[in-house]
Design a protein around this ligand. Structure first.
Ligand SMILES: [Zn+2]
Length: 155
């Protein structure tokens, strides 16, 4: 568990290329406790602060990523989240993109609010195909994939 004491400290978890885009949601207050992951949305942007699970290679420091949500997708499309592997209806898996450097972006189909990364949140909806996982196991797997991507492409 880490407790972030200020917005400045939170901003430093993000890469320089993302820092200007970091925006806090009203529900975030300091000190902000982060166990394994914390996600929030502001308009078309989704923010993720996470720590790689112990079995990942990426190391255990907190990192932040800014995603942009593509709102142009079909509203009722069924798609699979590349991180938690849940298949969700109603457009609840969306194309999110993040910067890989100042000129390029990387697109991923992910649960649109990234709730699958937080063990205590249940991202399931009535149109999802049941995946038989509890929240903690889903979040662990999703975090592992997120951490691998971050280590390979972003940080
Ligand atoms: Zn997901």
């Amino acid at each position: 568990m880490s407790a972030l004491t200020s917005e400045a400290e939170l901003r430093l978890l993000f890469r320089e290329t993302d820092r200007d885009e970091v925006e806090l949601a009203p529900e975030l207050t300091f000190p902000l406790a982060v166990e394994s992951a914390r996600t929030w949305s502001v308009g078309p942007r989704v923010f993720l602060v996470f720590r790689a699970p112990a079995d990942a290679r990426a190391g255990a420091r907190l990192r932040g990523i800014v995603f942009h949500r593509n709102s142009g997708a079909l509203p009722d499309v069924v798609a699979m989240c590349e991180w938690c592997h849940a298949v969700r209806g109603n457009g609840r898996v969306k194309l999110l993109s993040c910067k890989t450097d100042d000129r390029r972006r990387l697109g991923l189909y992910l649960c649109s609010d990234l709730a699958c990364l937080e063990p205590t949140r249940d991202p399931r909806g009535p149109d999802d195909i049941p995946d038989g996982l509890d929240g903690a196991e889903r979040a662990r797997r999703a975090l592992l994939r997120a951490a691998e991507l971050a280590a390979r492409r972003l940080f």
